[in-house]
Design a protein around this ligand. Sequence first.
Ligand SMILES: [Zn+2]
Length: 245
Amino acid sequence: MRTIILTIAFISSLTNIFGQTEKSELTISHLTGDFYIYTTYNTYKGNQISANGMYLVTNHGVVMFDTPWDTTQFQPLLDSIKLRHNKNVMLCIATDFHADRTGGLEYYRKQGIKTYTTKQIDEFCVKKGMKRAEFLIHTDTSFTIGQYTFQTYFPGQGHTAVNIVVWFKKEKILYGGCLIKSVDDDDLGYLGDANVKDYATTIKNVQQKCPNPKFVIVGHGDWTNINSLGHTLIMAQQLKKKNYR
Ligand SMILES: [Zn+2]
């Protein structure tokens, strides 16, 4: 591993020498306390798109929310976490069935990480040929890992029929995944699996269940602006109006 890291460092210093600004393939940003946001990139419709996930450092190991979209970054993410915190990832929860959430589930399971998703998400993983989690939860579930407690919540259909969010009630952190769009987004993004009719109601359910969040983590793009929730609601209401008069 050391050799690989050194090689990468050497290559990136070379690109610096030649004045190129090569975009990092994996970005890790501190959110607050023991919470970190990791971002990887992939190409969608010819554009480079970012995908956000989160991890939480507890005194019982690291909990990961969703997996990298970029399949080359599964192990680098584990290595970066180990290097930075000297802890292993022990649990990973996928919040939807698309590849930007589930891509690494099989890989992480093979590394001995306990992978989770809901029974409903797993049914779509099977149907759509996505990677699957080892353990399935059948209803909204409260997890206590080390000193932290969080709850998974299915607020209704939106981005997909089975999308869930994760709510840290004490820390007031809403991990929204692909259901919540960034304030920079002009539309609700990929709607091929979406429920346009229910989307707005589902966002209202999130707002009710997760009041006054301090942080709202979106699936793609800027996660630093908590107006993402209200912005998503407005777009969902407009889309519904357009489609169901
Ligand atoms: Zn997504």
